[in-house]
Design a protein around this ligand. Structure first.
Ligand SMILES: O=P(O)(O)O[C@H]1O[C@H](CO)[C@@H](O)[C@H]1O
Ligand SMILES: O=c1cc[nH]c(=O)[nH]1
Length: 266
């Protein structure tokens, strides 16, 4: 199945939402939900420049060590993520690595921790247009391996496991609406905890499923914004986000060297 066919729309030769053309992006693309996170790479990469800003999509490209790399925000949730993933693959992306925020379901995982999701429960909705729910949303072992190695070399603790990617921030994630006086958060959260899920977020499954169908690499590293068991929120998570972005760059570099450009490290 090709996501971008001859009948896919383009505007002046550019993808209609990302407003990018061939050559604008690197083979590895990091995917935050938040467009603001793209700006962090001005500091972390060489020659990083913003290629386009349109709706929830901000795209920038620069260099990390010798590797051309891009960062593209997906916006919140599956539907806008589908568009970003489809258009990036259409532009030649070979690996997509989510760099996100997440809430954890395990008491012992503190805010600011790093989570590498090996798989994702498919509760986003959009990916069901591409593959039945029996089809698993899994990260590539090569990406998992590269991200783990980046964490270990930096002596940064990380956790692995399965997340749920959910098409809802409030009730779907066991959270009361801001105007609700009574809501049973615990019973919804318990359903996820019984499945031994590590964390909840909103985009990984779409990325994993669509990437698998196109036989490209996918993975994710998330920083923990809140612990749903202890009810702690990290209001100022800038340091953890920066750490996550640095680890993603280093993981991407290892992935590129070993699996995309070939030539194993000696
Ligand atoms: O911080 P980002 O990457 O946006 O990720 C998380 O934050 C958003 C919800 O606040 C959702 O997109 C969720 O997946
Ligand atoms: O709890 C959280 C935190 C960040 N993003 C989510 O989707 N859920």
């Amino acid at each position: 199945m090709n996501f971008i066919s001859a009948s896919s729309p383009k505007i002046n030769g550019k993808m209609p939402h990302l407003l990018c053309e061939e050559g604008d992006i690197g083979e590895i693309v990091l995917l935050p939900g938040d467009p603001g996170r793209v700006e962090l790479f001005q500091e972390l990469c060489e020659e990083f420049r913003i290629i386009s800003r349109n709706r929830e999509y901000t795209i920038g490209t620069g260099y990390y060590k010798d590797m051309k790399i891009s960062v593209c925000s997906t916006g919140i949730g599956a539907a806008s993520t589908e568009i970003a993933v489809a258009q990036l693959i259409g532009l030649g992306a070979k690996a997509l690595i989510r760099i996100g925020g997440t809430g954890v379901l395990k008491k012992e995982i503190p805010c600011g921790s790093m989570i590498i999701n090996t798989g994702a429960m498919r509760l986003g909705g959009t990916s069901t247009f591409y593959a039945p729910l029996e089809y698993p949303a899994v990260a590539s072992v090569e990406v998992i391996d590269s991200l783990i190695e980046a964490c270990e070399e930096s002596h940064i603790q990380y956790y692995t496991g399965i997340c749920a990617s959910i098409a809802s921030f409030y009730h779907g994630q066991g959270r009361a609406l801001p105007y609700e006086k009574e809501y049973d958060e615990a019973s919804q959260l318990e359903k996820y905890q019984k499945l031994n899920l590590v964390n909840l977020e909103m985009e990984a499954e779409t990325i994993y499923t669509m990437a698998s169908l196109q036989n490209i690499y996918a993975g994710s590293i998330c920083s923990v914004h809140c612990n749903r068991v202890t009810d702690q929120w990290e209001v100022d998570n800038a340091k953890a986000q920066r750490r996550m972005c640095m680890l993603a760059l280093e993981g991407a570099w290892k992935l590129n060297k070993r699996y995309i450009k070939g030539g194993k490290e000696s």
